[in-house]
Design a protein around this ligand. Structure first.
Ligand code: ZN
Length: 277
């Protein structure tokens, strides 16, 4: 929904969407329902859209080589294209697209922004219990975000009638937004490892899923236990990165290694993360 808000659904813009299923019917744009039985896939819909010269295209999901290839070409030929794909985190999008045979230079020149998202449980407002984190918990939160020893909250083991005795009620999204930058384009073109792309993105200001989940812990929205279960700590070298940033602005460590040896099994299609490119 937010795509229409940020891109501007006005009469002078031609917007085409290939969806499976169409969840919300929206005025002012054409939404096409996919139907495999008659051969109407994301790839065929995309090809049909390109003949109509739209300004903005949405492809429900990129999950095969054909769709990936046409989507990249569409993005390179003056169309704003939004889509989703399944990876572990935002930088993983690059290797996922490479897996689908998209050339690195095509990815680097067409990718504008990636937002990874995951859902975590919210603490029950009625029965959550405050405490001051110590030991390993304090270490994890201090390393990931700026934390000033304020109390945080944990789930009440017995719960209450409001949360059905679970201690949690509802869910909230955690996000990781990776915008493009000169260093990132260089990294993608040089086929560096996903971890190196992640380092570059962090140095350029990306807040990771792990960090965002801990900001939600700090705000009392969720518990440490839930945050760590959803996204394990991944920032062993964050201090080093901060050091790099403070010394030389946005420069990145130059020990980039080629991604050529990357194992294909690294990308988990079953991952919970969904990305919008
Ligand atoms: Zn409760």
């Amino acid at each position: 929904m937010f795509i229409w808000e940020i891109s501007g659904n006005t009469p002078d813009r031609c917007i085409r969407a290939a969806e499976d299923p169409i969840e919300y019917t929206l005025p002012g744009l054409l939404q096409m329902q996919m139907n495999r039985k008659i051969g109407l896939t994301f790839a065929t819909a995309l090809r049909a859209f390109l003949r109509q010269d739209p300004d903005i295209i949405l492809v429900g999901e990129i999950r095969d080589k054909e769709t990936a290839s046409i989507a990249t070409e569409a993005a390179l030929t003056g169309h704003m294209l939004f889509s989703t794909l399944h990876t572990n985190d935002a930088p993983g999008t690059v290797s996922r697209l490479t897996e689908m045979d998209v050339e690195p230079f095509m990815i680097s020149s067409s990718l504008v922004c990636v937002c990874a998202q995951r859902l975590i449980r919210r603490l029950c407002k009625t029965c959550k219990q405050s405490y001051v984190p110590k030991g390993n918990e304090a270490k994890i939160i201090n390393r990931a975000i700026q934390y000033n020893d304020d109390p945080i909250y944990k789930a009440n083991a017995d719960g209450c009638p409001a949360c059905g005795s679970s201690g949690y009620k509802g869910r909230i999204g955690i996000h990781e937004v990776m915008g493009t930058s000169e260093e990132l384009i260089k990294g993608i073109n040089e086929e560096v490892e996903t971890t190196e792309l992640k380092r570059i993105a962090i140095v350029n200001g990306m807040r990771t899923l792990h960090q965002d989940s801990l900001y939600k812990v700090k705000a009392g929205t969720t518990s440490m236990e839930e945050a760590i279960a959803a996204v394990p700590p991944d920032l062993k070298d964050l201090d080093a990165l901060r050091g790099v940033k403070s010394k030389s602005g946005n420069s990145v460590a130059t020990d980039s290694k080629p991604r050529k040896s990357r194992a294909k099994s690294k990308v988990k299609e079953s991952s919970k993360t969904e990305l919008s490119t």
